[in-house]
Design a protein around this ligand. Structure first.
Ligand code: GSH
Length: 220
C-alpha cells in the first residue's frame, strides 16, 4: 500500500496540545505520524482545569484539546486540524478524495466521527476512563446503531477501508474511538469487518497506538 508523504514539511515541529487518553487528540497524532509530519506534544493539566483558564481559551474558545500551533497559526478541533494538515503537508487528493463524489463520501465519515462516534463509543468511554456523567441508554443506542451501520457498510464494500481502495481521512477520523470502544463497555465482538478494518489501520507504516485503559464490562 502506498502512503504518500508530503514534499513540504513544517520549518519547526508542530506543537500538539493534547491529552494522551483523548481519541480526538490521537486522531491528530496518528495522522501526523502516518505522514511523517514532525510534531511535539504538550499536555495541559486537565485534571486541575488548566484547559478552562483564560490563557487556554485564547487558544481554543471551546476550551478543549486538541489544539495545534504551527508557527503563528493556532487551530482547534480534530477535523479542522486534519483539513489544515492535509492541505499544508500531505497529498490532499489521497487523503480527502480525488473527485467530488469521493470528497463528499469522506466528509460524511468526518461528520460521523463528530456525531455518532463522539456521542456513542467516545461518550461511553468518558464515563469509565474520565468519570464523566453520561446518559447511558442513549449512548448505548447510538453506539449500537453506529456499529451496525459501519459493519454493514464495510461488509458491502469491496475495500477494507471506508471510502475507495486505500486509507483516507475518513478512516483516521473514525479509528481512535472505535479501537478503544471496549474501554467504554462497547464491545466489538460480532463486528468482524470493523475488527478487520482496525487491523488494516494498525498495519499502516507509521501507525502509533493510543495508550490503552482497562476494558469495561460489555454493555451491548
Ligand atoms: N470537536 C472537538 C471535540 C474535542 C473534545 O471533545 N475534547 C475533549 C477531550 S477528548 C476535551 O477537551 N474535553 C474537556 C472539556 O470539554 O472540558 C474535536 O474534534 O477536537
Amino acid at each position: 500500500m502506498t502512503n504518500p508523504t508530503s514534499k513540504v514539511m513544517p520549518k519547526s515541529p508542530i506543537t500538539l496540545i493534547q491529552n494522551p487518553k483523548s481519541g480526538h487528540c490521537h486522531k491528530v497524532s496518528l495522522f501526523m505520524s502516518l505522514n511523517a509530519i514532525p510534531y511535539k506534544t504538550i499536555e495541559p493539566d486537565m485534571t486541575n482545569g488548566e484547559h478552562k483558564s483564560e490563557r487556554f481559551s485564547a487558544l481554543n474558545i471551546f476550551k478543549q484539546v486538541p489544539v495545534i500551533t504551527d508557527g503563528d497559526i493556532t487551530l482547534a478541533d480534530s477535523n479542522a486540524i486534519f483539513i489544515y494538515l492535509i492541505h499544508a503537508y500531505a497529498d490532499s487528493d489521497y487523503w480527502l478524495g480525488k473527485d467530488a463524489k469521493e470528497k463528499a463520501l469522506i466528509q460524511r465519515w468526518l461528520s460521523v466521527s463528530a456525531g455518532e462516534l463522539a456521542k456513542g463509543p467516545a461518550a461511553a468511554r468518558l464515563e469509565y476512563v474520565f468519570g464523566a456523567t453520561i446518559h447511558v441508554p442513549s449512548v448505548i443506542a447510538t453506539s449500537v446503531t453506529l456499529l451496525t451501520n459501519m459493519e454493514a457498510h464495510l461488509s458491502n464494500s469491496r475495500s477494507t477501508f471506508l471510502v475507495g481502495d486505500h486509507v483516507t481521512a475518513a478512516d483516521i477520523a473514525m479509528y481512535s474511538y472505535m479501537a478503544h470502544a471496549p474501554e467504554g463497555g462497547i464491545s466489538l465482538d460480532g463486528y468482524p469487518h470493523i475488527t478487520e478494518w482496525l487491523k488494516a489501520i494498525e498495519s499502516l507504516n507509521g501507525f502509533v497506538p493510543m495508550p490503552s485503559s482497562d476494558i469495561a464490562p460489555a454493555r451491548n
